[in-house]
Design a protein around this ligand. Sequence first.
Ligand code: SF4
Length: 616
Amino acid sequence: MSFSPELLRSVSKPGRYAGGEFGQILKDPASVDVSVAFCFPDSYEIGMSNLGLRILYGVLNREENIRCERVFAPWTDMEEKMREGNIPLQTHESGQPAREFDFFAVTLQYEMCYTNVLNVLDLSGIPLRAADRGEEDPIVIGGGPCSYNPEPVADFFDLFDIGEGEEMLPEIVRLYARMKKLGATKREFLIEAARTIEGVYVPAFYDVEYNPDGRVRSYTPNVEGVPKRVRKRIVEDLDTMYFPESVVMPYIECVQDRIMLEVFRGCIRGCRFCQAGMIYRPVREKSPETLLRQAKELYKNTGYEEISLTSLSISDYTRLRELTDGLIEWTDKKRVSLSLPSLRIDSFSRELMEKVASVRSSSITFAPEAGTQRLRDVINKNVTEADLMRSAGIAFAAGKEQVKLYFMNGLPTETDEDLAGIAALAEETVEEFYRTPGHSKRAPLVTVSVSCFVPKPFTPFQWEAQDTVETLIEKNKYIASCIKSRKVRFTHHDACVSHVEAVLALGDRRLSRALEIAHARGFRFDAWDEFFSYDAWMEVFAEAGIDTAFYANRRRDPGEVLPWDVIDCGVTKEFLLRERKKAYEAKTTPSCREQCSGCGANCLGGKDICCPGGRK
Ligand code: SF4
């Protein structure tokens, strides 16, 4: 890092920019053929906590021929200084300007970071639009969960890698190294990558046409040999897949200062609102032997005192007891604590609670998501009120007095009864506290946290309309009015943010104009409450000619061409439509482990890749 000491002293948290952390990988530029600036477009503390960054930084750098360095979005005070001093965005390791790298790879974790993406490109001196970049500019790659609908930001990227990057990203970079030696142009490389590497999507190679009513009419490849639809990549065997056994250790406090041990990928459940549960299919597990080895190595190399078992629904891991027993055998001796951040209500047990640190605090979190059994069946949550009371009872009997309950409002088919059910469920949880023998002497507190439903691509609810902001606000007021107990506290997410998120999640290429205007007006860090301005966003959309209701509040026809139809995530439209129909009938679907529902994801890696016993 080459920021001057004076500059570092003049900004908040200089540790965000100082670089030189323990574990960073600094290679001699002369010793490699290709360089990658890997950008997490949010603050350093958030980016350094991202498991994807840890994995891809390691997987690229283990290749002798590749140099990968990190870039983050500078906080606003640093940005101001950089703009004043004409200092371009630079990498943490060498302090080299990011625009001098061969690749500028950006991970897209959430839609509200899109303005940050434009800002980091601008601060790097890289033209925003791919079409305006020349041979001397880096190739800008996008990846991560938002790239499953890359269209709102398609104009800003040369290439997207769709799916899991451990194998795909090095393949892309290696191909570039080979073609660079042969003197190939950027376009020649992009064509070859799109033709030969599964998972590569080059937006410029697809023409989009729109119907007079504004809906997408078609996607047509304009380069011979590129796929009509780009199929996501997965890693088939997680045991043999690269996983970093050391990480860069930040000098300042980050969001996740702990070992993140990825236990499996995918989810067997199929909640109908959940994008992660669909796009990461099929389930692939690591063995406890691999996990125990990786945990010990990570502990040895980092000294972290907490291990978090990260996966979508950790209690669905088939060998959880074996893993936790194996871990506790040595973590107890080393005084390392375990945390399981994603426990389901129906699998919560006293045994698990006693094992893990995350539930040793005074508070515990459950996610019933909806207030009535009917609506929980609509969303395929597959948990009951009895499950919640049993789990809360276990927690209360163990001396806890605080429970946090996560819900959503605005879900398809929702009625006032469902909203009132949220209040009723919270109050029943308070009653359960008093019914539980041995409960704490302190008064109970049940916190109800309500977020707004955002329809997401590749879910059975991708065709649904989001409630208007006004309706969502009214619904929150109604829930609040239904809560009579002073032992229930109500919190909710900002409906305005959810509306903008829906527009950006469900949008097409026409959104790029709005993002450019937003960037020109200085928008950044929109995921942060202190920077988000709904009125300013609405002005931007109006100026760009974007009708936000068209994207967020419109129920789509099942036959409509969707902007993300150009991507194939394995899960078929037929399956999603079957699930949608069942949602309207309030019928549930069993988990993959009970019965395969033929979602299509097993086509990605051969028939044996799904969870054990998955297909019947
Ligand atoms: S193919 Fe069957 S078992 Fe595999 S993820 Fe889809 S529904 Fe589950």
